[in-house]
Design a protein around this ligand. Structure first.
Ligand SMILES: CC(C)(COP(=O)(O)OP(=O)(O)OC[C@H]1O[C@@H](n2cnc3c(N)ncnc32)[C@H](O)[C@@H]1OP(=O)(O)O)[C@@H](O)C(=O)NCCC(=O)NCCS
Length: 189
């Protein structure tokens, strides 16, 4: 069964596919991470990471499906999948809240991939009846702040100093949305 969540063409016509990450994606993810610019590494991990080790990649790729959701966007080259972006959320212990993060490869930024990823994360977190999604973003990361604002995330101070902004939004409960839609349809009759 296909586990494709979304499939579309990039600006240059390359077909891209979004799906959940698999543990077997580790080696390709490692290769892509090690090609990231210093700026992308800093924006995502808030640190200058020289080399992503097998252990570090394992930590990034292994998920606990009960409380985590990890998406990857792939392109194909000679029938090999190459990761070009990804996003995750992690549910906080015993709370209906989750923290997200996003990463799009340098050559693929600015063409709507981050937006698609974040929308899919919001959709899945809502489906799981989580209430709030938040993320920590460097205050000088304009693309991420603009993207977050456009998807209705509000900005707040973080507990990580002035360099880091907390972005957060409420999620909608799909069940209550359906109930409201039904009520409105009945009301209009
Ligand atoms: C931040 C990031 C995830 C955004 O993903 P992206 O695919 O480049 O962004 P999108 O193309 O989906 O753009 C979404 C919106 O952000 C804004 N945006 C994108 N690039 C921008 C830039 N360079 N300057 C200003 N705004 C920008 C635009 O308003 C855009 O909306 P539009 O499509 O209506 O024009 C991506 O740039 C990235 O991975 N950066 C490095 C790692 C990182 O910063 N991660 C976030 C930490 S949580």
């Amino acid at each position: 069964m296909s586990d494709t969540i979304d499939r579309w063409q990039a600006f240059d016509g390359t077909w891209l596919e979004m799906r959940q990450m698999r543990p077997s994606d580790g080696p390709q993810v490692k290769a892509s991470l090690n090609k990231l610019s210093a700026s992308a590494r800093r924006s995502r991990f808030f640190a200058a990471i020289a080399e992503f080790s097998d252990e570090a990649v394992h930590q990034l790729v292994a998920v606990d499906p009960r409380k985590e959701y990890l998406l990857v966007v792939m392109r194909r080259e000679n029938d090999i999948e190459i990761p070009i972006g990804g996003g995750r959320f992690v549910q906080q212990d015993d709370c209906p809240n989750c923290a997200f993060s996003l990463l799009v490869g340098d050559d693929w930024q600015g063409q709507g991939i981050g937006r698609r990823l974040l929308k899919s994360l919001v959709r899945e977190a809502s489906r799981r009846s989580l209430r709030t999604m938040y993320g920590h973003v460097l205050a000088d990361n304009r693309p991420m702040l603009v993207l977050a604002r456009s998807l209705r995330f509000a900005f707040d101070d973080s507990d990580q100093g002035a360099e880091v902004v907390k972005v957060a939004r409420e999620l909608f409960d799909p069940a209550s949305q359906r109930r409201r839609g039904l009520f409105q349809r009945l009301w209009r009759r």
